[in-house]
Ligand binder design. Structure first.
Ligand code: HEC
Length: 110
C-alpha cells in the first residue's frame, strides 16, 4: 500500500516538473504582457514619430524568431540598449506568451 502511494507521489511530481519546464504558449497573457511593447512596435508604418527611428514589425513573425530575438537582447548577445532594457525583466514564460501573441498577427494588420 505504501509503495503505491510513493509511486503515485513520484508520478505527480514528475508531471508537475514537466508542466513547469514546458513553457506553454498563452497568447492572451502575452497580449497583456506586450502592452509596453506596443508603444514602439505597433506604431503606424513602424516608424516612431519622435525621435524618428524604424522599429521592426513583430505581428505575424514566427514564435521561434521572436523568442530567439528576445533571448538575445536579454542575454546581450544582441546589443541594443532599448531592447535590452525591455527584455531583461522578462521570464522564459513571458517571452513564450509574448511570442505566441505576436505570432498570431496584430488585429487587422497585414
Ligand atoms: C522604446 C521602444 C521599444 C519598446 C518599448 C520595445 N521595443 Fe522591441 N525593438 C525596438 C527597436 C528600435 C528594435 C530594433 C533593435 C535592433 O535594431 O536590434 C526592436 C527590436 C525588437 C525585436 C527584434 C525584431 C527583429 O526583427 O529582429 C523584438 C522581438 C522586439 N523588439 C520585441 C519587443 C518586445 C516583446 C517588447 C516589450 C516587452 C519590446 N520589443 C519593446 C524598440 C522597442
Amino acid at each position: 500500500m505504501q509503495s503505491i502511494v510513493k509511486i503515485g507521489l513520484a508520478c505527480s511530481l514528475t508531471l508537475l516538473m514537466c508542466q513547469q519546464s514546458l513553457a506553454e504558449w498563452d497568447a492572451s497573457a502575452g497580449r497583456k504582457k506586450a502592452e509596453t511593447c506596443m508603444g514602439c512596435h505597433a506604431v503606424p508604418h513602424y516608424v516612431n514619430t519622435y525621435p524618428t527611428y524604424h522599429v521592426p514589425k513583430l505581428g505575424g513573425q514566427h514564435k521561434e524568431y521572436i523568442i530567439a530575438a528576445l533571448n538575445g537582447y536579454r542575454d546581450k548577445q544582441r546589443s541594443h540598449s532599448t531592447m535590452h532594457a525591455n527584455a531583461v525583466s522578462l521570464t522564459d514564460q513571458d517571452i513564450a506568451d509574448i511570442a505566441a501573441y505576436f505570432a498570431q498577427g496584430l488585429g487587422g494588420e497585414k
